[in-house]
Design a protein around this ligand. Structure first.
Ligand SMILES: [Zn+2]
Length: 406
């Protein structure tokens, strides 16, 4: 049973606006093309469990049997209910009715997919459209783009493809030249977009494709790889080339005074422990490194980094829905050890509004429970709850990403 403090704090926290530091919200077309519950779930983290409903009663039953206590599913269902005004759970019996309701709501209002975020409490969302880096999805009222720099890390040759089938030379209009010319084009591209207000942050999610062993900055190795055909460039040479470009991005983040968001944890687990970033954190004291996902499952390591390094900004983006219990423990830790309380942020990290709204409910749950526990055990004065809640829900995000205070 919630304590009186939990109830009161949850009510106050739920009334606050919410700033999200990270989303992958899908383009308009996805929502207008005959959406269904199955299609919506396929673009949620529930799909990452490996279980998916396949349009039959038996596959839906098996899906629910396997995943319905999983954190992703619990918050997806709550977001779905909140967005579509239903209180009953998703069951095999109700599946078709609920799916049709979802389809109709999106069909009647093609703007529902982003307006529902604002109605649900989001005031601003940093958008990472990795399929078209820097896109604000045509909805600047809601989204501020971050610029995913990953594609540049693959540009040692025109035939080298980056994730999402993007060829960096072609995509960014590089027609050949030296390594310095390539870096100059990258800088010019990012600087121009920043001047147009389209770069709230730089973002790197390469932990999905390689380790976070980004420390060496070897210009000779990068030059040796540059211009060589992909089939004759070794994995180690590619790693060093991508390191070299990553270091130039760190310099640019400092120059432009924008945060540099870095995916840590999960992804490629053998190399995604945030501790691998220590050489980078030490080399660029003036950068602001936002360590995404608090390095889950290495949340204690991320808290240690936030304790030791002034340039670490720990973000519970996605952590809240990966594992709500771990996120609560991590938030307690970060409140206690982070160099500054003003560096802790959160985002939903989702593709569809049903899940983004569920994630927001998760974050409200986490913040109110953690603050209430601290009031109940005497570590937080009741009079400080409002100040701390405002920082966590929107104040820190606004300040870090350059929006004026409310
Ligand atoms: Zn993400």
């Amino acid at each position: 049973m919630p304590t009186p403090n939990q109830i009161a704090i949850e009510r106050d926290v739920s009334a606050l606006p919410v700033f999200s530091d990270h989303e992958h919200h899908l383009p308009d077309g996805f929502f207008s093309e005959g959406l269904s519950l199955e299609k919506c779930l396929a673009r949620s983290y529930v799909d990452w469990t490996g279980f998916a409903p396949k349009g039959t009663a038996s596959s839906r039953a098996s899906f629910l049997d396997n995943v319905r206590f999983n954190s992703y599913y619990v918050w997806f269902e709550r977001g779905f209910q909140a967005m579509h005004g239903v209180t009953e759970p998703i069951t095999v019996e109700r599946w078709d009715v609920l799916s049709e309701l979802l389809r109709q709501h999106h069909a009647v209002d093609p703007d529902l997919h982003w307006k529902a975020l604002l109605r649900g409490g989001y005031e601003r969302l940093i958008q990472d459209a990795y399929w078209n880096p820097g896109d604000d999805m045509g909805h600047p009222e809601a989204f501020v783009p971050t610029l995913r720099i990953d594609k540049f890390l693959y540009g040692y040759h025109p035939d080298q493809v980056a994730p999402d089938d993007i060829y960096p030379w072609k995509h960014y209009g590089f027609e050949g030249g030296s390594l310095d010319d390539y870096v100059a084009l990258m800088r010019e591209t990012i600087i121009q977009r920043h001047a147009s207000g389209l770069v709230a942050a730089l973002k790197c999610a390469e932990a999905y494709n390689r380790g976070l062993d980004l420390g060496e900055d070897d210009r000779a190795a990068a030059e040796a790889a540059f211009g060589r055909r992909p089939e004759i460039v070794s994995p180690e040479a590619r790693r060093l080339f991508s390191n070299y470009i990553f270091h130039r991005c760190c310099e640019l983040a400092i120059e432009l005074n924008v945060p540099f968001q870095i995916h840590t944890g999960l992804a490629n687990l053998s190399g995604s422990n945030p501790m691998h970033l220590i050489p980078i954190l030490e080399r660029y004291p003036l950068a602001r490194f936002v360590l995404f996902h608090t390095g889950y499952p290495w949340t204690a390591e991320a808290a240690g980094l936030a304790h030791n390094y002034m340039n670490v900004y720990p973000s519970l983006t996605w952590t809240a829905t990966i594992c709500t219990s771990a996120a609560m423990r991590a938030l307690h830790d970060l409140i206690e050890v982070s160099c500054s309380i003003n560096r802790i942020t959160w985002g939903s990290d989702c593709w569809v509004p049903e899940e983004s709204l569920g994630a927001l409910l998760a974050w409200r749950f986490i913040v109110s429970r953690v603050l209430a526990e601290r009031v109940d055990d005497g570590r937080l004065r009741p009079g400080d709850v409002e100040t701390l809640a405002e920082k966590l829900m929107y104040g820190n995000g606004r300040a870090i990403y350059g929006l004026p205070p409310r």
